[in-house]
Design a protein. Structure first.
Length: 620
């Protein structure tokens, strides 16, 4: 029997061919859909592992499986546009999208290893931060990262044997509309009900956007970036605090106050010059430690004999790293939860340390070895309130180590900058050489290291810190010869942890490490308040964070507490009965008895600081 020019046999063969074509194309689509979605689990397999440089699929999958439908939905949104292409172009598009999203997740992973979070789209505007960073970036790469490209081998083999089935494919607007609509409806069901219909729906916490890493867990890195673009757009509009938020902020400052009498440390260094030295990647664990009888930080160890020393000061930096420390040390405000505060809000008003001291007649200067564009330091520090700013262009570039000017040549040239300031002065000096990956030239390696430590990143860290410590000692000696140290209080702080923050996997390869080499989970930086003529050294065991540095300095300088009591998120560590700190990932560290109210308030301060900075809360 014939129907037109086709007989039933021909129709059957055509039907079979079309079915086979569709199955082969569908398999390709499913392969690429699931391979991208599983890479979201791969990302967690690194990020959630104790060592983010090694891969654990089961950890990643166990974290991702509860939200895997969102991983698929966000991936499907990107792939749906492929149906608008015809022929082989449809599948080339899907491969290109796979490559793009794969590279995105690999960059997210490298960024996570450096900052313990995922990057915001705002990072794209911060290309100045890549200056001289090639060595640091390469140190964040792991051989296990190759797991992200394994699917390409499978996909290319599949295409090689089935390419003839992809040539005569029509554009399908209907398929695009169906896949896109179903994916968007699934993704948008909860926020639509919560924010549009104002209904209570289980799972609404996932869309809070409060913690970037939580968003990456719930929606994969792909979904996080989609939501991040929306949040960046939303944040580009002026943030206006509600009456309820204003009340919440007011209650925070009222409730955190402790009714304690003043003590002998109030104004103990009143009217003296202030010199803050913020040391790159300086961790507290090296203080007063020796390697084969050799002191790692002899200069800082010597300072402690005439100091008030806080060894339990926890780092609280976020994506802005060193610039976040600049912010906290001078304002007692926590950095933004997403992005760099100096980049996004460089002109926010603060009741800052330089402003408070300027009211008391101090000359103020921020002194950096970096270029002012790096992390937007120039705008950020001037926004905080420093009247003068010296950066890389203020010095003779006669020696480079690692990221830039060596601490030796930099600190030598800083001395005349400080001498030029009118007394009393506040000088904020930031070092650079001890930045990872700690590539110190051999001629400057003065510690005699042996065995496996000599070739391990930990040994390199010791050498770099020892070098910087030596030049801090020379720097202070030069200031003393200039007659400045008798009337100057010197504060030494670490900007953030270093070898344990970025290279713990390499440290863990040591076969016979000393117990004190290893990361104990404390994430502490030293906080030392030194004065040459201070004869009653103090070592305080109180737990604090970087936001506690500013009110503590203000107290010993005799600044009226009423001027910062309602703006400093931190506590005066010399006038408190509470011993705690909250880390940027909401981890709470404490000793002694801490009430649940204090703990909740400390964790909430992360969010409140965000709102105050975005709304320019202190501008009157």
């Amino acid at each position: 029997m014939k129907i037109g020019k086709l007989n039933l046999s021909s129709i059957k063969k055509l039907s079979t061919k079309l079915t086979k074509d569709n199955i082969i194309r569908a398999i390709f689509y499913i392969l690429i859909l699931y391979s991208i979605a599983f890479k979201g689990a791969f990302f967690l397999g690194f990020a959630e592992n104790k060592d983010p440089y090694t891969f654990n699929f089961f950890i990643g999958y166990n974290k991702a499986r509860y939200f895997f439908k969102y991983y698929l939905a966000f991936t499907a949104v990107f792939l749906s546009f492929g149906f608008l292409f015809k022929g082989i172009g449809k599948y080339i598009y899907m491969l290109v999208i796979n490559l793009f999203l794969t590279l995105l997740m690999i960059v997210d992973l490298w960024y996570f290893r450096g900052f313990l979070t995922v990057p915001s789209v705002m990072v794209v505007t911060q290309t100045a931060n890549l200056d001289n960073m090639s060595g640091t970036i390469l140190s964040l790469v792991s051989k296990y990262d190759a797991v992200f490209i394994l699917d390409f081998i499978i996909l290319f083999i599949y295409i090689f044997f089935t390419s003839r089935y992809f040539k005569k494919v029509r554009r399908s607007i209907k398929s695009f509309a169906i896949v896109f609509a179903i994916s968007v409806i699934y993704i948008g069901y909860i926020p639509f009900n919560v924010y549009i219909l104002h209904r209570e729906v289980s799972g609404s916490y996932m869309f809070s956007g409060y913690d970037p890493m939580d968003s990456a867990r719930y929606f994969s890195a792909v979904g996080y970036h989609v939501l991040d673009i929306y949040n960046v757009y939303k944040d580009s509009k002026p943030y206006k605090l509600t009456a309820e938020e204003n009340k919440e902020i007011g209650n925070f400052f009222t409730d955190k106050k402790e009714s304690l009498p003043d003590n002998k440390y109030k104004g103990v260094f009143a009217n003296k010059n202030l010199l803050v030295i913020q040391v790159e990647s300086l961790e507290n664990f090296v203080i007063n430690q020796k390697i084969d009888g050799q002191e790692i930080t002899p200069s800082l160890n010597k300072l402690i004999n005439n100091s008030i020393y806080f060894p339990n000061t926890f780092e609280q930096v976020n994506e802005g790293t060193s610039s976040d420390s600049d912010l906290m040390v001078n304002t007692s405000m926590l950095p933004l939860r997403s992005g760099s505060t100096f980049f996004k809000y460089p002109n926010t008003t603060y009741h800052s340390l330089p402003k408070l001291l300027e009211e008391m007649g101090y000359d103020t200067a921020a002194i950096h070895a970096d270029k002012g564009s790096f992390w937007n330091y120039a705008a950020g520090l001037k926004g905080i309130g420093f009247k003068k700013f010296f950066d890389y262009y203020s010095y003779q570039d006669d020696e480079q180590i690692g990221l830039g000017l060596s601490d030796g040549t930099y600190l030598r040239q800083v001395v005349p900058k400080i001498q030029s300031l009118k007394q009393p002065f506040y000088s904020f000096v930031v070092t650079l050489t001890s930045h990872g990956p700690f590539d110190l030239p051999d001629k400057y390696k003065e510690l005699k290291l042996t065995g496996e430590l000599k070739d391990n990143i930990m040994g390199s860290y010791f050498q770099s810190v020892h070098y910087t410590d030596k030049h801090i000692g020379i720097f202070l000696d030069n200031l003393d010869k200039a007659g400045l140290l008798d009337n100057t209080v010197v504060v030494v702080v670490g900007d953030h942890t270093g070898v344990h923050k970025y290279y713990d996997d390499k440290v863990n390869t040591l076969k016979n490490p000393e117990p004190w080499y290893l990361d104990n989970g404390n994430h502490t930086v030293p906080f030392i308040i030194y004065q040459k003529n201070f004869k009653e050294p103090v070592k305080s065991d109180t737990y604090g964070g970087q936001i506690d540095i500013m009110p503590t300095i203000a107290y010993v300088l005799g600044i009226d507490e009423n001027k910062y009591a309602n703006s400093a998120l931190g506590r005066n560590l010399l006038k408190t009965n509470k011993s705690f700190a909250v880390l940027t990932d909401k981890t709470f560290k404490s000793t002694g008895s801490i009430s649940s109210e204090d703990k909740d308030r400390a964790v909430k301060s992360l969010q409140l600081s965000d709102k105050m900075i975005k709304s320019n809360y202190f501008k009157k």
